[in-house]
Write a protein of this length. Structure first.
Length: 282
């Protein structure tokens, strides 16, 4: 596999392994990795080393700069640790680099939160604009319907006035009749008046029901449109917040468990292991 296809951490570990003079299998044994194939996958196939494997390598070779392996920062060898035995002090120095790695990760986490906040603000602005647009459309729609209602009442009043004019004309006709009695005229007037009253009541009731139904339908449509816009915005925002929160929480917990366990950082403290002298570089 070419270097372009390998991870940067794999390439830097191979450089350090070559500096020690060990073969891949010997290097794996020195670091206490039971399966040499694991190290072959990292160095030969270019896989990124897990935090657990990297911890074993740093424990065996405390002079190796953790930041250099993971991030490419600094030098390969920590100054002053080239020939020291594995000790609590060297482990502490090695562990300090992991603190820097976690600090950088936390900075990345803060950056992600800032980006999420910007996305949230954009979503809120979009909801506000949608709500304003919906409200304006509803206002225009209501104004048009109010104008239609005014026209309806004007037409109704015109019809009423026409009926009253007709009634007056009918009365005048009866006055011109010499043989018409007042009783007959009054009876006819009462009949016409009742008919007019009944018709006006029926028209008014029908109009009231129509207007009430229209206004209720308009209000329901407005509420449904606004609720739909709000629901879509809130669902999108909740999904993004949940996704980012879970990812960041898992990352922080995994980093803390893998990097800051004292028992796992110093499993052999007080029990020095035999350290082989590195072979000279060719």
């Amino acid at each position: 596999m070419s270097d372009n296809e390998k991870s940067p951490q794999s390439i830097r570990l191979d450089q350090f392994r070559q500096k020690t003079g060990y073969t891949i299998t010997q290097f794996s044994t020195q670091c206490g990795i039971p399966s040499p194939s694991t190290m072959h996958k990292i160095i030969s196939e270019g896989k990124t080393p897990s935090p657990k494997i990297l911890k074993k390598i740093i424990t065996r070779f405390p002079e190796l700069n953790h930041d250099w392996v993971v991030l490419g920062y600094g030098e390969m060898i920590v100054k002053g640790l080239q020939t020291q035995e594995t000790s609590a002090k060297s482990l502490e120095i090695s562990a300090q680099s992991t603190y820097q790695y976690i600090i950088q990760a936390l900075r990345d986490h803060d950056f992600a939160l800032n980006e999420l906040s910007k996305s949230l603000n954009k979503t809120v602005d979009l909801i506000d604009r949608s709500t304003k647009d919906t409200t304006e459309r509803a206002r225009i729609f209501t104004s048009v319907q109010q104008a239609n209602a005014v026209d309806f009442f004007d037409n109704l009043q015109t019809k009423i006035n026409g009926f009253e004019t007709f009634l007056k004309n009918e009365i005048e006709k009866f006055k011109l009749l010499e043989d018409a009695s007042r009783v007959e005229i009054r009876s006819y007037i009462d009949k016409l008046d009742k008919q007019r009253t009944a018709k006006n009541e029926a028209d008014y009731k029908k109009l009231s029901q129509k207007i009430h139904s229209y206004l209720e339908d308009t209000r329901n449509k407005q509420e449904q449109l606004i609720e739909k816009q709000l629901e879509l915005g809130i669902q999108k925002l909740s999904k993004e917040m949940h996704k980012n929160a879970v990812a960041q929480t898992d990352f922080a917990i995994k980093s803390l468990l893998d990097k800051f366990s004292v028992k796992r950082l110093m499993p052999s403290l007080g029990k020095p292991t035999k350290v082989s002298n590195p072979k000279p570089s060719e």
